[in-house]
Design a protein around this ligand. Structure first.
Ligand SMILES: Nc1ncnc2c1ncn2[C@@H]1O[C@H](COP(=O)(O)OP(=O)(O)O)[C@@H](O)[C@H]1O
Ligand SMILES: [Mg+2]
Length: 299
């Protein structure tokens, strides 16, 4: 069964998209079959992995993008999958095993204009359709905006685990706290639509520190985050096995550069060439994180 994980925090700009794209690539490089859903109407992950030309073609009509499942509603999730999405200049597949369901800017209409059957909320429609392709994957990952509105709800409802990308600052802690609160509310709201086969509603399983600058001591923000996590675990509002990931992702210029190149960092030449297990670079951070994810027992 695929592990389904949403990356979400109520704070924006913490590195959710960078983390999910690069970790998805690392998982694919380790031989896992990975499907990434872009549920953020900003389309950062989609533009990154498709590069602007390919994404522009989809954005022009909306055909092939996730919103087409809801409006006009004829598309099926399974038909939107772009297999081995990362391509080179000649269209050659650079990273077999990393598939994408892209979004375009029209996903914003799901929050307001969309007038679906109230008895079948978007997250229900989505999770039913997702079931048809789940068996093809080891990991299905959802990149979410910093809220739990309708687009995020699709990822959260289908997920069994929530990962919270964070920076070592007070705002990330507030974002995490708000997330757990809103998550609880959404689970109550959606409980009647949950089928036993879906497994339990997703709780926070992991916190991942991202963009850590060298020489900066993060022990205090880390301790504060651990205390908050422990409180949530005691209150049964986070998974019993939830933890702060041992692996943290360093702040590195190559992460910003990779976006402009339209490649996950693992495929950006210079650093990627040096990925021996001991390599002290950000490519290896993502690889270690991917391994830690694989090893984390899902409750
Ligand atoms: N490890 C990192 N090192 C350097 N820059 C990073 C790192 N992670 C993210 N960034 C940068 O931080 C900004 C916000 O990241 P992004 O992934 O878009 O965040 P979010 O999805 O949470 O809004 C981007 O400019 C991105 O390139
Ligand atoms: Mg993002």
């Amino acid at each position: 069964m695929a592990r389904k994980i949403s990356f979400i925090n109520y704070k924006g700009g913490v590195g959710k998209t960078s983390l999910i794209v690069n970790t998805a690539a690392a998982l694919a490089k380790l031989g896992k079959r990975v499907l990434l859903f872009d549920f953020d109407t900003q389309s950062n992950a989609s533009i990154w992995l498709l590069k602007l030309d390919r994404w522009n073609k989809i954005n022009a009509t909306g055909e092939g993008a996730i919103y087409s499942v809801f409006d006009p509603g004829r598309a099926q999730v399974k038909d939107l999958v772009i297999p081995s999405v990362v391509e080179g200049k000649a269209g050659e597949k650079l990273l077999p095993g990393l598939d994408l369901v892209p979004t375009t800017f029209n996903l914003v209409d799901l929050e307001n204009e969309y007038n679906g059957d109230p008895k079948r909320p978007p997250y229900l429609v989505f999770s039913e359709q997702l079931a048809a392709i789940e068996a093809n994957y080891d990991f299905i990952l959802f990149d979410c905006p910093p809220n739990i509105l309708r687009a995020s709800q699709c990822g959260v409802f289908a997920s069994n685990e929530i990962y919270v990308p964070s920076n070592p600052d007070a705002l990330s802690l507030i974002g995490f706290t708000l997330l757990v609160e809103k998550l609880q509310k959404f689970h109550q709201l959606s409980a009647s639509f949950r089928k036993a086969a879906m497994g339990p509603a997703a709780q926070v399983h992991g916190i991942i520190f991202n963009s850590i600058k060298t020489g900066i001591d993060i022990e205090v923000p880390k301790m504060r985050m651990q205390l908050r996590l422990n409180q949530f675990k005691t209150a049964k509002r986070a998974a019993p096995t939830a933890k702060i990931f041992e692996t943290q992702i360093r702040d590195a210029m190559i992460v910003r550069r990779a976006v402009a190149l339209g490649l996950p960092v693992a495929l950006v030449s210079a650093e990627a060439a040096d990925v021996g297990a001991g390599a002290d670079n950000v490519v290896n951070d993502y690889r270690k994180l991917a391994n830690e994810m694989i090893q984390q027992v899902s409750a």
